[in-house]
Design a protein around this ligand. Structure first.
Ligand SMILES: Cc1cc2nc3c(=O)[nH]c(=O)nc-3n(C[C@H](O)[C@H](O)[C@H](O)COP(=O)(O)O)c2cc1C
Length: 301
């Protein structure tokens, strides 16, 4: 099947704008290879820290109805050294997601990947459920600026910065990221949420609080992309709640140049990527859209 809906974002030529979001199948080269084969335009790895992280104990994920989840995996990952070995022979369109608790860690992580064939990096400033990581860093604007400057000094590859709905205003965080040299913004990550089991009278997740993803967050994601694209010059990747091709069109009309998909793959499996691309191509054809770029940010015009 032909998965070509070519798009250029931050200087990267992708065969289509559908990217697999971080945290969804993001740790094994053999799965990346399968995802490329079945159509993904690019893949973001699970967020990688300098040292390995075990993450939280089970349960780490709960289904909260209508195509939505709350997860608190705790950024479990094998660490930068081990993951760089895993992807040492990569040749596909992979972005490595970075997470850390101290600004000096980021240079060390980036250096582990500097000689590998990857597209670039995504900086996770928005994980909502791990202390001193992700969102707690994203809420400190000076730290955000310093981290991005450091990473950009260490790599010539594009850096996308993933923002979410934390304590700081998402537009402010993104503007700081842009001024520090970020090449693009990914919006949004999951949102702090909770599920209680009324029989056991306990929170379901071991960590009690997790991040909400899936259909429930789609309108929030679209609103953020819309507002971000009014304030920024760098491109935006829309993420959150995409379940069908029309959701991709919506994000792009709001101003996204590409999109990321997470929960759908958890719910419907990896072949949902190929299906959504097929439906997107059919939609473009029926709507006489010859180049998908035509619809990016169309609601602003
Ligand atoms: C199980 C799970 C693990 C995730 N892990 C990460 C992660 O490591 N880093 C990150 O930036 N986002 C992570 N996310 C967030 C997703 O990348 C995405 O931003 C979010 O789920 C919203 O998209 P969706 O509604 O399509 O799932 C995770 C999401 C889920 C469901």
């Amino acid at each position: 099947m032909d998965y070509d809906i070519p798009i250029n974002i931050a200087g990267l030529n992708l065969r289509n704008p559908v990217i697999v979001a971080s945290g969804i199948l993001g740790l094994s080269q053999s799965i990346f290879n399968r995802l490329y084969k079945i159509g993904a335009g690019a893949i973001v790895s699970k967020s990688i820290s300098l040292l390995p992280r075990e993450g939280y104990r089970n349960p780490t994920i709960v289904n909260v109805g209508t195509m939505s989840y709350i997860n608190a995996v705790g950024l479990a990952n094998p660490g930068a050294e081990s993951f760089s070995k895993e992807i040492s022979k990569n040749s596909g369109p992979l972005l490595v997601s970075l997470v850390g608790s101290d600004k000096d860690e980021f240079s060390d992580i980036v250096r582990k990947f500097s000689n590998l064939k990857i597209l670039g990096f995504e900086l996770n400033l928005s994980c909502p459920h791990v202390e001193k990581m992700g969102m707690e860093i994203g809420d400190d604007l000076n730290l955000v600026y310093d981290i991005i400057k450091l990473i950009k000094k260490d790599t010539g590859k594009p850096l996308f910065v993933k923002v979410g709905l934390g304590k700081s205003d998402i537009i402010e965080v993104a503007k700081v990221a842009e001024s520090a040299g970020a090449d693009g913004i990914t919006a949004i990550n999951t949102l702090r949420a909770m599920k209680i089991d009324i029989e056991t009278r306990c929170p379901v997740l071991e960590n009690k609080i997790g991040g909400l993803s899936g259909s429930a967050i789609m309108p929030l994601g679209v609103r953020c992309v819309y507002e971000l694209s009014k304030s920024l010059r760098i491109p935006i990747i829309g993420c959150g709640g995409i379940m069908r091709h029309s959701d991709i069109v919506e994000y792009m009309m709001a101003g996204a140049s590409a999109v990321q998909i997470g929960s759908l793959i958890g719910l419907k499996g990896i072949y949902s990527i190929g299906r959504i691309l097929r439906d997107l191509r059919a939609h473009l054809e029926v709507s006489s859209i010859s180049d998908i770029k035509e619809i990016i940010g169309i609601v602003h015009r």
